[in-house]
Design a protein around this ligand. Structure first.
Ligand code: HEC
Ligand code: HEC
Length: 303
């Protein structure tokens, strides 16, 4: 019996030792990714100062979802505090107390939004720059002009933080990272942005963020990397299992503005961010509709 207990003790001790080694490995692996310094080529983006550009910048800030995370006065907020991920705290973007506005050079703004990289070269946590990398120089310049023009708001916030569970997830699951800079092709030649119009090409430019949830092909399905209680994204191609073939263009515009589909279904804004998309103009929504119609008609779930 004694011998048996001794063996149990040894096995237990070895297991605990292995777990400790694994956790230390996970910590150092994630730490080296969190402190990696990115080399970003210098980019010339001119920042306008006229009222029309600033107004357009505000429009982009609203419909691209920046306002939903950074707040109506750009004051920042605790967006999510979940032990499975960490503390997602969006920065105060103004020149008020706790704001980054007075420390950022034009070059810093560009690198932050387009590349997801801090002035010291390390990657921001959670800030979804993968969606904004494709913004044209003109749109990016206008957004920065808007951010620089807003009233200072005082709001001192702690820094974003990744939890240990978050570190385990990003170390063990290849598809998941909380450092968007890891996914951005920083040194690739930039694609030219399409011309503004109600065309499928311009619609694709506007619909960049939809892919995060509806999938690369827009055919929907379970959204990877999100908590298990999230609903799957519906098919928004015109293929099997999609509601869209029965909708008119007006139905689509109305759905994106009100969150209510022609079938009377209420889209929950915490999952489908229509309260940002509602700021799109008629022409912008027409372009997105044209784009969705132009996609290969796929069955549900072929993300
Ligand atoms: C999902 C929420 C979310 C959205 C959407 C979002 N941000 Fe952020 N943003 C964050 C978080 C969180 C941080 C802080 C990251 C950190 O501290 O590591 C951040 C940081 C920033 C910073 C860097 C500020 C600093 O602390 O140095 C800028 C600039 C910025 N965001 C601008 C924008 C703009 C412009 C948009 C829209 C085009 C946008 N953000 C959309 C969450 C978001
Ligand atoms: C953060 C995830 C997310 C993003 C980003 C997103 N969607 Fe959705 N979308 C959803 C989810 C989830 C639903 C189902 C919502 C519900 O059932 O309450 C949905 C529903 C819809 C519907 C209703 C479909 C139906 O069959 O009723 C349409 C249309 C739609 N999305 C279009 C878009 C477009 C266009 C974009 C980009 C401009 C977009 N979505 C971006 C998650 C998202």
């Amino acid at each position: 019996m004694k011998k048996f207990l001794k063996w149990v003790g040894i096995v237990f001790g070895v297991l605990v030792g292995l777990i400790v080694i694994a956790l230390v490995g996970i910590y150092f692996n994630s730490q080296s990714r969190l402190t990696r310094v990115y080399e970003i080529p210098e980019e010339q983006v001119s920042i306008p100062t006229d009222a029309a550009s600033i107004e357009n910048g505000k429009h982009i800030f609203q419909f691209r979802g920046c306002e939903a995370c950074h707040g109506e006065n750009l004051q920042g907020m605790v967006y999510l505090d979940d032990p499975a991920v960490g503390k997602v705290i969006s920065s105060n973007l103004t020149t008020g107390k706790g704001g980054v506005g007075s420390e950022m050079s034009d070059e810093d703004w560009v690198r932050a939004i387009r590349h997801g990289v801090r002035p010291d070269g390390t990657g921001y946590l959670f800030m979804p720059s993968t969606e904004f990398y494709y913004l044209s120089d003109e749109d990016l310049g206008d957004v920065i002009a808007y951010m620089k023009s807003v009233e200072p708001a005082d709001n001192e916030l702690p820094a974003s933080e990744i939890s240990f569970v978050g570190r385990i997830v990003m170390t063990l699951v290849k598809e998941i990272t909380f450092v968007p800079a890891e996914l951005i092709p920083h040194n690739a030649a930039r694609l030219a942005a399409p011309e503004v119009g109600t065309t499928p090409e311009y619609g694709a430019y506007l619909a960049q963020s939809c892919h995060v949830c509806h999938g690369l092909t827009m055919s929907g399905g379970v959204i990877p990397g999100l908590p298990a209680d999230w609903p799957p994204a519906p098919n928004i191609t015109f293929g099997g299992g999609s509601a869209l073939p029965t909708w008119t263009e007006d139905d689509f515009i109305n759905t994106m503005r009100t969150g209510k589909t022609p079938m009377g279904k209420e889209l929950r804004a915490q999952y489908m961010p229509w309260n940002s998309y509602k700021f799109m103009s008629d022409d912008e929504l027409k372009a997105v509709w044209a784009y969705l119609q132009s996609l290969p008609k796929l069955e549900y779930g072929n993300r």
